[in-house]
Design a protein around this ligand. Structure first.
Ligand code: AGP
Length: 607
């Protein structure tokens, strides 16, 4: 996903822009560029490839020198990655960087071609630059307003006008854009980590809001030029949280941060062994009123919802429907005002999850967001929000965000089950106490299985395809294990309900296909063990993740990863760890870019 930055201030602008862009690398990109006012003229440098390629190019061809400008990392959508398609893009008097998608760019391009404009690139962005130029009347805000009126899509822009030297404009239309404010300097950026080395103070732009960065100050207006007063926020984490702190990759750092992330997330919400979610506006009365729950999300967040479904249905006896947001939004779902819709999202900006939230509200359902990024769109738009406190997650492959999503879903499930009278107070306390102890067990699990996972990952290295199997909660968890492995190792994998194998998929199993079985639910152990034996009999190398006391031996498994035993309901929080580590080490062994896997973006803000 593209990243936007902009700077106005006393420092060397090119250096600031490149340094800020490095902090957005996690979003995924295939080219980069900057535009800086150099001697009052806008100078552009851009290159296909990594930021290093841009830096090399600037060393050879000259680095723009000045104190105001915009920068961009591009994740190709319209047109292949190339120097020409890289941002910034320019019209005669306007240069822009862009994040998002312009849906009607083809018709706008035709209109501009009919009016004598010429295009260099295949991008939708150049259409916006040319349109701004077409409407330019000497008044930047008026020009932006007329242009935005014609654009359809979700996007944010960083803009410089040749006639307005050392001034940067930022506008948000859906895609996130924040504005940083330091002493005598200001910034725009797609995300807070880009500016955190310079300032912790920032504003969040809302839809249709424009920021004007000039002379070290920043002002805001709406599309009609009406000035806006905005609230200055302060990030509650510093640059260290967004750095690798001695770890080789962000992913492994974030795996190690899971115990503290869970602790920070659950501790303030457990008082005297009872869950307290009133700060999130969730009351017992409200919980009692729902007939059904929909959990809607994408990718890893949806997998956290799958675990929650098993837990909620088991202990609270409320029907839970888990939906993929991109499916939910287009299938006219059967929601009523008696339903609760829970949207889970790390970023709070995922386009399909946002659309699902909007639809649920329109259909009259109550909505609850479980979100990691404060002030993000989903957090703001939902009726209620429970923040997870994972801190910034930089690796594209989500680990700590998943873990804290699980922890919040457990809090919610316990509270729901107790309010509905489906569990006794003793049981409720037993659950909350067990949850409160998970941080220390997650830590123990990481330490105990790390080396083993590193070793076992060497057995997966040359596989073309893998199967993850499990039953019940273990099946829900294996979905996430499989996604983690495929997204960073590029090895194909599927997760399967163990009992479903015999209905077709077992025909794929040969000695070439390792099978990873999750067996943490003792009531289903014998059944899953039978399924493991079936794949082993067909030559598969079998890797079993089970608790330290499970009655599973080497007759069943070629490799056994044993994890501490806690309340069975909470075992996914421990079993997730070896799955993350297996994926991590397999990716490292294959020499992949672990934190920035190919073709992927950290947060998917367009459809
Ligand atoms: C998983 O590792 C991915 N990063 C991806 O599946 C992610 O969970 C999904 O895109 C949803 O993102 P969100 O939580 O920010 O909404």
């Amino acid at each position: 996903m593209c990243g936007i930055v902009g700077y106005v201030g006393p420092r060397d602008c090119s250096d600031v822009l490149v340094s800020a862009l490095t902090k957005l690398e996690y979003r995924g990109y295939d080219s980069a560029g900057i535009a800086v006012f150099d001697d009052s003229l806008i100078k552009v440098a851009k290159s296909k490839g990594r930021l290093k390629d841009l830096i090399d190019k600037m060393e050879k061809e000259g680095k723009p020198s000045g104190h105001a400008g915009i920068g961009h990392t591009r994740w190709a959508t319209h047109g292949e990655p190339s120097d020409i398609n890289s941002h910034p893009h320019s019209g005669k008097r306007v240069t822009i960087v862009h994040n998002g998608i312009i849906e009607n760019y083809k018709e706008l391009k035709q209109f501009l071609l009919d009016n004598g404009r010429q295009f260099l690139s295949d991008t939708d962005t150049e259409v916006v630059a040319q349109l701004l130029d077409y409407y330019y009347d000497g008044d930047p805000i008026n020009t932006i307003q007329r242009t935005v009126r014609d654009l359809r899509g979700s996007y944010s822009l960083g803009i410089v006008f040749a006639d307005f030297v050392d001034t940067v404009y930022g506008i948000r239309c859906e895609s996130p854009l924040i504005v940083g404010k330091g002493k005598d300097e200001s910034f725009i950026a797609s995300d807070v980590p880009a500016i955190i080395n310079y300032t912790k103070n920032y504003y969040t732009l809302e839809y249709g809001e424009i920021a004007i960065l000039k002379d070290g100050s920043v002002s805001f207006c709406d599309l009609y030029g009406k000035p806006l007063a905005k609230e200055l926020k302060t990030a509650d984490w510093d640059e260290k949280a967004a750095e690798k702190a001695g770890y080789e990759h962000y992913m492994i750092k974030e795996i190690h941060e899971q115990p503290s992330a869970v602790k920070t997330t659950i501790t303030p919400r457990i008082e005297n062994d009872m869950v307290n979610l009133t700060e999130c506006s969730i009351t017992d009365e409200m919980l009692k009123s729902f007939d059904r729950i929909f959990i809607v999300a994408c990718g890893t967040a949806m997998h956290a919802g799958m675990v929650a479904k098993y837990v909620i249905e088991k202990i609270a006896r409320v029907e839970v429907i888990v939906d993929i947001a991109s499916e939910f939004r287009y299938r006219n779902p059967l929601i009523t005002s008696k339903d609760l819709v829970i949207i889970i999202s790390q970023s709070g900006e995922t386009a399909d999850s946002k659309a699902a939230l909007k639809l649920s509200k329109e259909m009259g359902a109550k909505t609850l967001a479980i979100v990691n990024v404060k002030g993000s769109s989903i957090a703001r738009e939902a009726d209620m929000v429970i923040y997870t406190h994972a801190g910034p997650e930089i690796a594209v492959a989500s680990t700590k965000a998943y873990m804290v999503q699980l922890s919040v879903m457990y809090l919610f499930a316990f509270e729901l089950a107790f309010s509905k009278g489906k569990i006794t107070k003793d049981k409720y306390i037993e659950f909350t106490k067990a949850l409160a102890s998970t941080p220390e067990y997650i830590e123990k699990t990481i330490e105990e299985v790390k080396d083993e996972c590193q070793y076992i990952s060497t057995k997966l290295l040359n596989a073309d395809s893998l199967l993850y199997i499990g039953r019940g909660l273990d099946y829900a968890l294996s979905m996430e294990g499989s996604l983690k492995l495929k997204e960073i190792s590029y090895i194909h994998s599927e997760s399967y309900a163990a009992g479903e194998l015999k209905h077709g998929t077992i025909s794929l199993v040969t000695e070439q296909m390792p099978v990873i079985a999750v067996v943490t639910q003792n009531d289903l152990l014998e059944k899953t063990v039978s399924n493991i034996k079936e794949v082993k009999a067909r030559g598969a190398v079998t890797i079993v993740i089970c608790d330290e006391h499970a009655n599973i031996g080497n007759d069943v498994a070629d490799y056994i990863i044993r994890i501490p035993q806690i309340n069975p309901l909470l075992m996914p929080m421990l079993a997730a760890v070896p799955m993350q580590l297996l994926a991590y080490y397999t990716s490292v062994n294959r020499g992949n870019d672990v934190d920035k896997p190919r073709n992927l973006a950290k947060s998917v803000t367009v459809e």
